[in-house]
Design a protein around this ligand. Structure first.
Ligand SMILES: Cc1cc2nc3c(=O)[nH]c(=O)nc-3n(C[C@H](O)[C@H](O)[C@H](O)COP(=O)(O)OP(=O)(O)OC[C@H]3O[C@@H](n4cnc5c(N)ncnc54)[C@H](O)[C@@H]3O)c2cc1C
Length: 403
């Protein structure tokens, strides 16, 4: 959707095709993760506001909760709870459905964007030289012609099954439920998170505010750990975490609605695409679906939309290369952590990449150790986790101090 918005600044007519209908209140087959926690990293929040002016205020009016990831967040990392000084790493939390609804309303009022619902893209039609695409074809036989195609069809998009993918599968899984917490304002934090830290701690969980005074409770598992989908099992799982913060909150919470599970969360990245053409770019999860535990996916998609706008404004054309570069860092970070999970399986990941991931993990541990005991190091680590600063900003924290 953010790519369509950007395209409308450069083209008179943009067709936004979706296999689902517009009504985000209902089941989303194309976005099965819609009911799970979707935090927007600080960089993503900034990009979101840059792309859609005033949308931050709109979300606040709709009830999105403000969070300072320093002082409001009780986060138990690998070496214990992080310090909680006030920080400039702030963003808003709300449900994924509210995010989508707000963006869709913007797109619906954009006269250059035409929403084509229930169009399940299946393949493309080529020109005679097979270097340019002419049309996208739907499963039901319809086809739509265009001069430029942006594939943002997500982690289950139709063209991925024909592509060669790199895959890192730590068998991560979620169970999520909307809860109401009595007197949430009296809690010593706004959000709490007990992180999965492989290889020893394969269970994690958290509690996060969303709109309308509700919270999303989530349990996370990796490797052989899989959070259950029934209430008793969910509460038992929360009690088994290495910090009691989430279980204590949940003991008083009212469970609203069903517990939803998500099991297919392997990280996958397109190594060789099914289609390559001068007028096709692949972005977002369609290009690189990260293990969502690291909360980077939407931020990467929003940054890709900004990059698309930059390419069209400055170069008048698109190039896949820069989108590939954009996902490289988040991919290494997420896959590097996944690699530590016992039984994690890899497909098509080069030896060089594996070594880089392992090396990053070692440096990452040094950073997290310092961030646990040093508020300044914590602030710097948060800026990188939230993709505000590049990972290189952490090197001084990761390298041994001399003298
Ligand atoms: C359980 C879970 C939790 C997550 N939590 C977070 C989080 O906390 N923070 C975060 O930043 N990210 C999170 N993510 C990742 C986030 O959901 C994605 O990174 C983000 O939605 C990617 O956006 P996208 O536009 O590339 O794809 P999507 O948002 O998946 O959108 C794809 C679109 O393509 C449509 N589509 C699919 N197939 C077709 C077809 N054949 N024809 C036409 N249309 C089609 C779909 O209907 C959908 O509208 C999570 C993911 C999962 C699985």
């Amino acid at each position: 959707m953010s790519a369509a918005h950007v395209l409308s600044q450069h083209f008179e007519r943009v067709l936004l095709v979706d296999r689902d209908g517009q009504d985000v209140a209902h089941e989303r087959q194309g976005v099965p993760q819609v009911d799970h926690l979707h935090v927007l990293m600080r960089r993503g929040w900034l990009a979101f506001n840059e792309l859609f002016q005033g949308i931050g205020e709109e979300l606040i009016r709709a009830g999105a909760a403000e969070v300072d990831w320093g002082t409001n967040c009780y986060w138990v990392g690998r070496f214990g709870a992080f310090p909680r000084p006030p920080s400039d790493i702030t963003s808003r939390l709300c449900s994924r459905r509210l995010l989508e609804k707000t963006v869709r309303a913007r797109l619906a009022s954009n006269p250059r964007i035409e929403l084509v619902e229930h169009f399940e893209a299946e393949t493309f039609r080529w020109d005679s030289s097979r270097s340019r695409l002419l049309a996208v074809k739907a499963r039901d036989g319809r086809d739509l012609e265009a001069s430029l195609f942006v594939d943002a069809s997500g982690r289950n998009g139709p063209f991925r099954s024909k592509a060669v993918l790199e895959k890192v599968d730590a068998r991560a899984s979620y169970a999520t439920c909307v809860v109401r917490i009595p007197h949430a304002e009296r809690l010593p934090f706004r959000q709490a998170y007990v992180q999965v830290c492989a290889p020893h701690h394969l269970r994690g969980g958290g509690i996060n505010p969303i709109e309308d005074g509700f919270h999303l409770a989530m349990m996370v598992g990796a490797g052989h750990e899989m959070p259950p989908g029934d209430k008793e099992g969910f509460l038992d799982y929360a009690r088994s975490l290495r910090d009691p913060c989430v279980a204590q909150v949940l003991s008083e919470a009212e469970f609203v609605g069903p517990i939803r599970c998500f099991r297919r969360m392997a990280g996958t990245r397109v190594l060789r695409p099914a289609f390559q053409a001068d007028n096709l770019v692949t972005v977002g999860d369609a290009l690189c679906a990260l293990n969502p535990v690291y909360g980077q996916g939407m931020t990467v998609s929003l940054l890709s939309a900004l990059e698309l706008g930059r390419q069209l404004a400055q170069e008048g054309r698109t190039s896949q290369k820069r989108f590939n570069e954009l996902v490289a860092g988040p991919w290494l970070t997420a896959a590097g952590e996944d690699l530590r999970v016992p039984g994690c399986t890899l497909e098509n990941v080069s030896v060089r990449e594996r070594l880089t991931m392992r090396f990053n993990s070692i440096l990452g541990d040094r950073v997290m150790l310092r961030a646990t005991f040093d508020p300044d190091a914590h602030q710097r680590a948060m800026r990188v986790l939230h993709m505000v600063d590049p990972p290189s900003a952490l090197l001084p924290l990761a390298l041994p101090r001399v003298g």
